[in-house]
Design a protein around this ligand. Structure first.
Ligand code: DGJ
Length: 728
């Protein structure tokens, strides 16, 4: 397993060295130009005559750029600090130990180091000329994927703490006639709805103040298109994604000069940070992706990058799970679970995942009002324990996984009876509940140790457990800690996240063979820092395939399909073929008591799983995804996946509403025009004959892409899956 960085555990590191030359550092004699380049994009920075760092350009790599201005306007400063002449929304705001509320940042030095053939790290040191206070802007450029990762390190050697009120990870500027912003807004059960708007002058804020389960209303990601709405396969598009599971803020300011600044980072709301001398405050990473091939090209860049660097074991096939949440909710016992294993085996699933409800004895977890925090197996429901279940699963040649929610506690639990002071709450205020649960205060070392113990006590004695679903079902409403001192209460939401990443890292490093699903009451947590420790995430509790088309479509703009779990269930009561065809486009799984399906339905699901395993899993999880027809734009949605060598592809078409006649042909993309492909409709119901005119024909990639294939669909919830295999 490859963990991307070490910085997540080092958000506040004690450092001793400090560049004492701060006071006398002169402005550089000649302008310094710093280029952060990927294969096709460039971020160019330079120093003005005043010694400040300015942004010259971010976009397609160009042979010629206009000469940098010697006296640029302050509005173009790359990482502007507050209080000394910068009059717009700042990237950094600090109150120095002597009470001075201004900061000045002048270029001091920079260095670029090649990590390997694809990655280069650039560090630019900026220094306050009057204070031993330095800000290092850090970049990691991923050449082939056109991704630039950016974060900031703030450090000082003043006699007392410096208060940080703003601490953006990135704040680049853009110049265009208009700016088009796309966000993924939503809520529980309707996650990741795409919405695009043209930014007007002023500040548009997209944020979360929820602290934990912070992405319930939007994940920390957006798209920017300059000079017109983003197109699917053409035009320059920039994508931003913050690696932070906590409260975040994106502030898009279109200023009086019609320039856009995108301030991205931890939400400063209620989070003033007292930074002690000789410690480093490290911001979470902001990931920028760029493409001149529209939103589609941008997503493929993010996907390629994520599989390589942005998620755990990106190349490893994701198993087909059978989960019992919708199958049983809390109502199960050992016999029931073992009978579900038989269903999983019959379908050909790889693994059974035991969800919520398996623990708690004094307060049995028979519903969501009790038991959370008491991670002992419920002896009434599961008298032979977890290892017995893992063994029974093994006998049927399937793996066994388990659900945990180590950050939470019900007041009706032994844990809360013993440690009422361990929860996040405000003194003198009545406790506020959500799903009848409270959040454990991870800033407290005993709580961190407890969360590690939950993992160890569950996994170490039960080596048969090969999968974990990590859930998180409420957000912060009363951000108070009985552990943090009075003057550091506002550290809570920041320190919580760093501690959380440490616990996640503990699980990933100590149990490298145990695969893991990130879940948070649906997709309340979906960010690239968490994904270092997880293989996939649960995008929504809404598994109605009609809704899932939109939810999976939205997340697919940033996350590769192998990261986005898609289960076949009974929600929405849609036809089984349509349900299966929608689930095939992500990390396939099932959540259903198999015995409740008819034999014909079971056979369809089993055939779908076999098809996924044997013919298309690698295409879906590792191929290039092309979004062909948006569900937001008509009565049909379509997308295809192409193998890296373009020898194989699979096309999915979904009819969303009734139409008087069949809609026109769907034109696949990404094929090799020079290759000839055998076209086959796949995942057909048993004994059904394909109605596809091109079925079993051999057609050139060029003609498939220009003429398309005509789906014989006219009624809502009909669907079509077509395979293209190059004839050698
Ligand atoms: C919320 C998750 O999204 C569901 O899949 C399920 O695991 C429940 N929590 C269990 O409480």
């Amino acid at each position: 397993m490859k963990i991307r960085h070490t910085f997540l555990s080092l958000c506040l590191v004690l450092t001793t060295e400090f560049d004492s030359a701060h006071a006398s550092e002169p402005a550089p004699a000649a302008p310094v130009t710093i280029t952060i380049a990927t294969a096709r994009s460039t971020l160019e920075l330079y120093t003005g005559a005043d010694g400040r760092l300015y942004q010259r350009y971010y976009g397609a790599t160009r042979a010629h750029l206009s000469a940098p201005k010697a006296k640029p306007a302050r509005e173009g400063e790359f990482h502007p600090p507050a209080g000394n002449g910068f009059i717009l929304e700042p990237a950094l705001q600090a109150t120095h130990a002597d009470g001075n509320t201004s900061t000045e940042l002048r270029y001091a030095s920079h260095e670029t180091t090649a990590v390997d053939a694809n990655i280069a790290v650039t560090r630019i040191k900026l220094q306050d000329p009057e204070y031993p206070f330095a800000v290092t802007l850090c970049f990691r450029a991923y050449r082939a994927e056109d991704v630039i990762e950016q974060w900031v390190e703030i450090r000082h050697d003043e006699p007392k703490a410096v208060r940080l009120d703003r601490f953006a990870s990135a704040a680049p500027v853009f110049q265009a006639d208009s700016y088009w912003l796309t966000q993924l807004q939503g809520d529980f059960m309707r996650e990741a709805e795409l919405q695009e708007e043209c930014l007007a002058p002023g500040i548009k804020v997209l944020d979360s103040k929820l602290g934990v389960r912070a992405h319930q209303m939007r994940p920390p990601a957006f798209l920017l298109s300059l000079a017109g709405p983003a197109r699917e396969e053409s035009g320059e598009v920039i994508g931003g994604s913050l690696g932070w599971a906590g409260s975040f803020q994106f502030a898009f300011e279109v200023d009086h000069r019609r320039q856009l600044r995108a301030l991205c980072g931890i939400n400063p709301f209620g989070s003033a940070y007292q930074l002690d001398p000789a410690r480093t405050f490290r911001t979470p990473p902001m990931f920028w992706a760029w493409s001149d091939a529209g939103k589609g090209g941008l997503s493929r860049n993010f996907h390629r990058w994520a599989r390589q660097y942005g998620m755990r074991d990106g190349a490893k096939p994701r198993p087909v799970l059978l989960n019992n949440w919708e199958a049983t909710y809390f109502k199960f016992d050992e016999a029931k679970i073992v009978s579900l294993f038989d269903g999983a085996k019959e379908l050909g699933a790889d693994l059974f995942l035991l969800d919520d409800g398996w623990f708690g004895n004094k307060h049995p977890r028979d519903d969501d009002h009790r038991g959370l925090g008491d991670w002992q197996v419920n002896t009434k429901k599961l008298p032979h324990g977890l290892s017995y279940l893992a063994d029974e699963a093994k006998k049927r040649s399937i793996g066994f996984g388990i659900w945990i929610e180590p950050e939470m506690v019900n007041p009706l639990s032994e844990l809360f009876e013993q440690h009422p002071d361990w929860v996040i709450r405000q003194p003198k205020r009545e406790l506020q509940f959500h799903r009848d649960q409270l959040i454990l205060d991870l800033t407290r070392p005993e709580v961190q140790a407890f969360a590690r113990r939950v993992i160890d006590d569950t996994l170490a004695p039960n080596p048969g457990i090969s999968y974990v679903k990590w859930d998180c079902n409420r957000y912060v409403m009363q951000p108070g800690s009985s552990y943090l001192p009075a003057d550091r209460q506002t550290h809570l939401l920041i320190d919580y996240q760093w501690a959380l990443y440490d616990v996640m890292r503990h699980m990933a490093e100590k149990y490298p063979k145990v695969m893991a699903m990130l879940c948070s009451g649906g997709a309340g947590r979906a960010d690239f820092s968490s994904m270092q420790f997880f293989h996939s995430f649960w995008p929504s509790d809404n598994t109605d395939p009609m809704q899932r088309i939109y939810i999976q479509w939205g997340f697919g703009h940033f996350f590769p399909p192998g990261a986005v779990i898609a289960h076949i269930t009974d929600k929405g009561h849609r036809p089984i073929k349509f349900t299966c065809d929608v689930a095939l486009t992500g990390a396939l799984g099932v959540d259903r008591d198999v015995s409740r399906w008819t034999p014909a339905e079971r056979a369809t699901v089993a055939a779908t799983i076999a098809l996924y395993h044997n013919r298309i899993r690698d295409l879906v999880q590792q191929g290039d995804q092309y979004r062909l027809e948006s569900p937001y734009e008509g009565k049909r949605a379509a997308l295809d996946y192409v193998s890296p060598d373009r020898a194989r592809a699979v096309l999915f078409v979904y009819q969303l509403g009734e139409t008087a006649a069949t809609l026109g042909p769907v034109k696949p993309r990404g094929l090799d025009p020079a290759q000839r492909y055998r076209v086959r409709e796949i995942n057909l119901p048993a004994k059904a004959k394909s109605r596809l005119a091109l079925h079993d024909q051999v057609v050139s990639g060029a003609s498939l892409m220009s003429e398309g294939v005509q789906p014989p669909l006219r009624h809502a919830v009909e669907s079509l899956v077509v395979e293209f295999v190059a004839e050698r």
